[in-house]
Design a protein around this ligand. Structure first.
Ligand SMILES: [Zn+2]
Length: 252
C-alpha cells in the first residue's frame, strides 16, 4: 500500500522524534560511560596528593635518621675526647719538668675548649632533631588524613561507577526498542554522524541556524525542517535537523 502524503509526513516526523529520543538516551549513556572510562584517570590525579605527601614523609624520615646518626657519631667523638682529657690529666701528675707540665696543661685546655664547642653543636643538633621529628609527625598526620580522604573518594567513585554501569545496562532494552523503530540506513547515518561530532547527530533548529555548527539554513531547508516531512541534513555539518515545536506537535 502506498503511503499517503499524511502518512509519509507522520512517518518522517515520527522517525525524527525517535532519533531525538534515541540521541537523548545515548547522550545520557555516553555521559555515564565517559565517567566510568575516565575514572582511573580521575583517581590517579586525585592520588597524586597522597603520593606527594608520601614522598615528603619519606624525605623527612630520612632527614631524622641522618641527624640521629650524626648525633650518635658526635657523642662517640665527645666520649673519646673526654677520655683523652682524663688520660692527659693523669699524665700531669707524672710530669717531670715544669715545661712538660705547661705543655700538657695547654693541650688539655685546647681540648676542653674544642669539646665545649662540640657539646654546644651537639645540643643544637638535638634541637634540630626535635624540630624535624615534630614536623615529620605533622606530615604523617596529613598523609593519613589525605589517605583516608582518598579512600573515601575512591569508594564513592566505585559506587557511582557501579550505579552508572547498572543504569547503562537497564537502558539497553529501551535503546534497542528505539533502534528497531528506525530503518537500518537511518540508524547507520545516525551512528556515523555521532562519531567525531561529540555524539550529536541530530540538531535542533535555532531560528534559522543549525544549533550544531551555527550555519544559517536556506529558506527552503528551513521550510523543510519546519514541515517535518523528511529528514533534512545540515549542509555544513551533515547533522540531521529538527524543529522542536514540530516534534512537540507529534507528541501532543
Ligand atoms: Zn550544522
Amino acid at each position: 500500500m502506498e503511503p499517503t502524503a499524511e502518512g509519509a509526513s507522520s512517518s518522517a516526523l515520527s522517525r525524527l522524534a525517535t532519533l531525538v529520543r534515541l540521541q537523548a538516551l545515548d547522550r545520557d549513556r555516553d555521559g555515564k560511560r565517559e565517567f566510568t572510562d575516565g575514572l582511573p584517570r580521575i583517581l590517579a590525579a586525585r592520588r597524586q596528593a597522597v603520593t606527594a605527601l608520601e614522598s615528603k614523609v619519606a624525605k623527612s624520615t630520612e632527614a631524622v635518621t641522618h641527624a640521629k646518626s650524626s648525633a650518635r657519631q658526635r657523642e662517640l667523638e665527645l666520649k673519646s675526647k673526654t677520655a683523652e682529657i682524663q688520660k692527659l690529666e693523669l699524665q700531669l701528675n707524672t710530669a717531670k719538668t715544669n715545661q712538660e707540665y705547661q705543655a700538657l696543661t695547654q693541650h688539655i685546655q685546647r681540648l676542653r675548649e674544642a669539646t665545649g664547642r662540640e657539646e654546644e653543636e651537639t645540643l643544637v643538633l638535638y634541637d634540630e632533631i626535635t624540630k624535624l621529628e615534630a614536623s615529620l609527625a605533622k606530615e604523617k598526620e596529613a598523609l593519613s588524613v589525605a589517605q583516608r580522604e582518598f579512600d573515601a573518594y575512591q569508594l564513592a567513585c566505585e559506587r557511582d561507577k557501579e550505579a552508572a554501569l547498572l543504569e547503562i545496562g537497564q537502558t539497553d532494552g529501551a535503546r534497542a526498542e528505539l533502534v528497531a523503530r528506525l530503518p537500518r540506513d537511518v540508524v547507520e547515518t545516525y551512528e556515523r554522524l555521532r562519531v567525531g561530532n561529540g555524539g550529536v547527530a541530530v540538531c535542533a533548529l535555532d531560528v534559522r541556524t543549525c544549533s550544531g555548527c551555527g550555519m544559517m539554513l536556506t529558506l527552503n531547508d528551513q521550510a523543510k525542517v519546519l514541515g517535518g516531512r523528511e529528514l533534512v541534513p545540515c549542509r555544513a555539518c551533515s547533522r540531521i535537523l529538527y524543529d522542536k515545536t514540530t516534534i512537540a506537535s507529534l507528541r501532543s
